[in-house]
Design a protein around this ligand. Sequence first.
Ligand code: ZN
Length: 306
Amino acid sequence: MNRKDFIKNITLVTGSVLFENGRTFAERVPKYPLYKPEVNNWEDSELNVAWIGHSTVLINLFGTIILTDPVLFERVGVEFMGLTYGPIRYTYPALDKDEMPRPDIILISHAHMDHMDYRTIKFLTSKFKNQISCITAANTKDVIDDLKWKNLEELDWNQNLDLCETRFTGIEVKHNGWRYPFEIDRPEYPEGRSFNGYIVEKNGVKIFFAGDTAFTQKFKSLRKEKIDMAIFPIGGYVPKKQYHCNPEEALIMADKFIEAKYFIPVHCKTFDTDDELEKPLIWMNEIKDNYKIKVVINDIGQTFKY
Ligand SMILES: [Zn+2]
């Protein structure tokens, strides 16, 4: 989201009760996903990756439970007097907040409202007090450091951290980091808010979670890592192309640059500010056969078992 869009979204939501982005009240009731992860059947010996919605992915990496960018309430945005002002969901999360198993680690790519959702993170750390670790980008932990963490770590680009028998590496992506329009961010200011992708590795399996990114040649340097699975955003490119990639660009980066084996799409079909809504998944499915990489998830709620 750029600064102008941030202000536009807040104004849109606060200024319209019955009509939002041109949709009537009845039309903006979120849809339920068609699929639901069967987390109770997951074994510690397995690798399961389930798309919960937007960039929220629940990963069982051989017994280590990782939850990326958790966003589980009906809106994301600024909280004021007990209400959240910001985009409303188009699709409910595939697991309700009360059904979410305790993550060992919450992995946060950056401090944008739709990735670092204070309300969801507060809910999880209150329910599982002092039991969850968190890894987030450089200069972002101040947003959530009042919550009841087991530990809260910042990881910068090219840094490693070993946690729960799992290795995490911070990767520079092409995005921006400010949470509020008045904040500074990278790359102009080294002390500004940062934005990460992550390589997550356990038992010789490597997952790349790209967070939020535009198209970038930078990922060619990840080819040597021999990534098994790439989780990429495919929405948000209208009109924010300088910060988000489209499905074709995501597939090019995951397949041709990184040479990963499996592709998992995220960051679409979840909030009604995503102007594309259903389009990115349709586009992805139309072109996926042009690539060697295997698309293993097609919709919110689906699980890939490795
Ligand atoms: Zn973002």
